[in-house]
Design a protein around this ligand. Structure first.
Ligand code: MN
Length: 285
């Protein structure tokens, strides 16, 4: 089978703050890209940004989500999470929080106390993953996946390594449980190395460069804070690292269902959105 071709290169459509803790660039959004990124809904890349020491824990206060999952990957800094289902956690470099909001959750996301007091570099990703209609109203769930729990695969020819957050690479199965087939890999490539990353036929695929630069399919260079979106046809992506590089590779089976969204709620119909707003306002989360 063939290689996947690039549909578009994204450089971030909006730069804004989430609360007072997370200066983000939105790299993917269902509101403009629709089904071409399904099962993904949104990708916010926070930082890298430096924070001065402070006694204030910056972040975003209690807010709701319904109908999907939020996946937070920390590269630098430390963030805390607390929700109304009784889950609380702290994740640092290499750690991942996979939160299934499903029928509804209220949570807050902040810089940890220690990171706030020390200050330093914050760099993280938040990826929103859609749920199929049949799972949108299932119970909320929380997976805290620490760095040590994420399997690492050595790439052929000493090209580098891939941490399998979700999905499968060869025989290695990722750490996170997902509702639909998804691969999410933290890929580290050595300068000059070449690699073929598999991505199943029919799956939508996106590749984000966090550090360094790669040549894709021998034709196009992708630099830091740039994301390549690939089409469903083909079963792999060819990369050559121009320098030592850190990439986030994600792909998934499209969920072929209608999408209706409003802020932190993503459902299938406007009626379900109205219900989510009513349920939230009525204290039923
Ligand atoms: Mn949130």
């Amino acid at each position: 089978m063939g290689r996947k071709n690039i549909i578009s290169i994204e450089r971030g459509m909006s730069s804004h703050w989430v609360g007072d803790g997370f200066p983000v660039n939105t790299m993917l959004s269902y509101s403009t890209m629709g089904a071409s990124i399904s099962p993904f809904l949104l990708l916010d890349y926070a930082g890298p940004a430096n924070f001065e020491p402070s006694n204030l824990q910056r972040g975003v206060g209690m807010h709701p989500h319904r109908g999907f999952e939020t996946v937070t990957i920390v590269y630098s800094g430390e963030v805390e999470h607390k929700d109304n289902a009784g889950n609380a956690g702290k994740i640092g470099p290499g750690d991942v929080q996979w939160m299934t909001a499903a029928r509804g959750i209220l949570h807050e996301e902040r810089h940890s106390k220690a990171f706030s007091q020390q200050g330093g570099l914050l760099e993280m990703i938040q990826l929103w993953v859609n749920l199929p209609a049949k799972d949108k109203m299932s119970p909320p769930h929380y997976q805290e996946i620490l760095n040590a729990q994420i399997p690492v695969v050595a790439l052929p020819d000493q090209a580098g390594s891939a941490r399998i957050i979700a999905g499968q690479f060869g025989d290695t199965v990722g750490a996170a449980r997902t509702f639909t087939p998804i691969n999410l890999w933290d890929v580290h490539l050595n300068a000059g190395s070449e690699v073929q990353l598999p991505s199943p036929e029919r799956f939508n695929t996106a590749l984000l460069v966090l550090k360094g630069s790669v040549n894709i399919n021998g034709s196009q260079h992708l630099h830091g804070k740039e994301l390549a979106l690939f089409g469903p046809t083909g079963d792999h992506v060819n990369l050559k690292a121009d320098e030592d590089s850190i990439l986030l590779m994600m792909n998934g089976e499209p969920i072929n269902e209608s999408i209706a969204g409003h802020g932190p709620f993503v459902m299938n119909t406007q009626e379900e959105i109205n219900k989510a707003i009513n349920d939230f306002n009525g204290g039923r989360f």
